[in-house]
Design a binder for this molecule. Structure first.
Ligand code: FES
Ligand SMILES: [Fe+2]
Length: 348
C-alpha cells in the first residue's frame, strides 16, 4: 500500500460542478493539503490553498465577493490566481501576500484539479467523459467520503468478484456464476482494462426491474482504469442476441464513472456518477437508488478493511486469481510513483 505517497502530476476530480453555485465555497482536503474551491459571481470556479497568507485562517470560512474570496478574520481578499488584491486600511499590497492557486478545469459536469507541478498542468490531458453530455443517457452523481485508503477503493472496483457476496440484493447475481467467470486483464500504455463476460446467465434484480428481462441474459462487465479514475460499463442483452459481437441495441447499460481522489492516507473522496441508457419506459429511480445502496455497501467494506489495516499495517495480504486487474493497477501506480520520484530528484 502506498500509504501517504500520492501521484501528484495528474488531474484529480475535485468535485461536481453542481457542488458550487456562484458565490459558493467549500473546503476540501486533497493529498493531505487543504484546498478551498469557490465560484466567482461570473461563474468561474477556482481552487486555492485554504489558508490565509496573513494568519492561516481557512479561507473556506470566508465569503465570495464578486471575483474574490475574503478571509473572515481581517478581511484580506484573494483573486482566483491566489494574489491578494485588497488589504483593508492599507494602500500597498506586498507581493508576498498570496496563496497557492491550483489549476482547475470544469468539463462535462466535473471539476478537475492539478495538485502537482503547475508548469505541467496540461489542460489537454483532462480526462474525457462524453457520456455526461450524451442525451441518450440519464445520469446522477454523488460524493461519498470514505474512511479508507484510495487503493482499497481501486481494488474494490477492479475486482467485481465481490458482487454476489456484498451486493447480493442489487447487482449481484448468483455466486456460482461469478465463480465460473474468468477475469481477463490487459495492461494499456496508461491504464488497465478488465473484461468479464457472463453468457446465458440469470439476470440480477436491478436488471430485471430496470429492463424487464424475461429470460436469461448475456451479461458483460468492462472496467477501464486510468490514473486515477475508473469507468465501469456493465450491462446485458437477451441471451444469444449478439452482445459480445457488439450488437447491444435494445440492451441495458449502466455506465459508472468513479473519480478517486485521496484525501489522506486513510480517507478518500469518492466521486461517482451512474448513467443508464433511456429505455422506452424511461429510467426508473430505482436504478439510481440501488446504485447508491450498492456503493454504500462498498463504503462499509472499505471502512472495515481500513480499521483492520490501521491496527496492523505490516501484516501480509494474499492475492487470488480475480485480483489480476487490481494487481496490474498497482504495478502501474508503482511505476508512475517511481517516475515522479525520479523527476523530483533531478530538480535541484
Ligand atoms: S488571517 Fe486572514 S486576514 Fe488575517
Ligand atoms: Fe462493490
Amino acid at each position: 500500500m502506498a500509504g501517504g505517497k500520492y501521484l501528484e502530476n495528474l488531474w484529480y476530480v475535485a468535485g461536481w460542478s453542481s457542488d458550487l453555485d456562484p458565490g459558493d465555497r467549500v473546503g476540501r482536503t486533497f493529498l493531505e493539503r487543504p484546498v478551498v474551491l469557490w465560484r466567482a459571481h461570473d461563474g468561474t470556479a477556482y481552487a486555492l490553498e485554504d489558508r490565509c497568507a496573513h494568519r492561516a485562517m481557512p479561507l473556506s470560512a470566508g465569503v465570495v465577493d464578486q471575483g474574490a474570496i475574503r478571509c473572515p478574520y481581517h478581511g484580506l481578499e484573494f483573486g482566483g490566481d491566489g494574489k491578494c488584491i485588497r488589504i483593508p486600511a492599507q494602500d500597498r499590497v506586498p507581493d508576498t501576500a498570496r496563496v497557492r492557486a491550483y489549476p482547475l478545469v470544469e468539463k462535462q459536469g466535473l471539476m478537475w484539479i492539478w495538485m502537482g507541478d503547475p508548469g505541467r498542468a496540461d489542460k489537454a490531458l483532462v480526462p474525457d467523459y462524453p457520456i455526461h453530455e450524451n442525451p441518450a443517457y440519464a445520469w446522477r452523481s454523488a460524493h461519498f467520503p470514505v474512511k479508507g485508503n484510495w487503493q482499497l477503493l481501486i481494488d474494490n472496483l477492479m475486482d467485481l468478484s465481490h458482487l454476489p457476496y456484498i451486493h447480493a440484493n442489487t447487482i449481484g447475481g448468483n455466486p456460482e456464476l461469478h465463480f465460473k467467470t474468468k477475469t481477463r486483464s490487459e495492461k494499456l500504455t496508461n491504464g488497465v482494462r478488465v473484461v468479464r463476460h457472463m453468457p446465458d446467465s440469470v439476470p440480477p434484480p436491478t436488471y430485471v426491474d430496470a429492463a424487464g428481462f424475461k429470460g436469461k441474459i448475456d451479461r458483460w462487465q468492462e472496467i477501464h482504469f486510468e490514473p486515477i479514475n475508473i469507468r465501469i460499463h456493465t450491462g446485458a442483452c437477451d441471451a444469444g442476441s449478439g452482445a459480445y459481437d457488439g450488437n447491444r441495441e435494445g440492451g441495458f447499460s449502466m455506465l459508472g464513472f468513479h473519480g478517486i481522489t485521496p484525501e489522506t492516507a486513510t480517507t478518500t473522496h469518492y466521486f461517482w456518477s451512474m448513467a443508464t441508457n433511456i429505455l422506452d419506459n424511461g429510467v426508473p429511480d430505482e436504478v439510481f437508488e440501488q446504485t447508491a445502496r450498492t456503493f454504500r455497501e462498498d463504503q462499509e467494506v472499505l471502512e472495515l478493511q481500513q480499521f483492520r489495516l490501521t491496527q496492523n499495517p505490516a501484516a501480509p495480504m494474499i492475492d487470488i486469481a480475480s485480483d489480476v486487474g487490481g494487481r496490474h493497477t498497482r504495478q502501474l501506480i508503482a511505476r508512475l510513483l517511481r517516475e515522479e520520484e525520479e523527476v523530483a530528484a533531478l530538480v535541484p
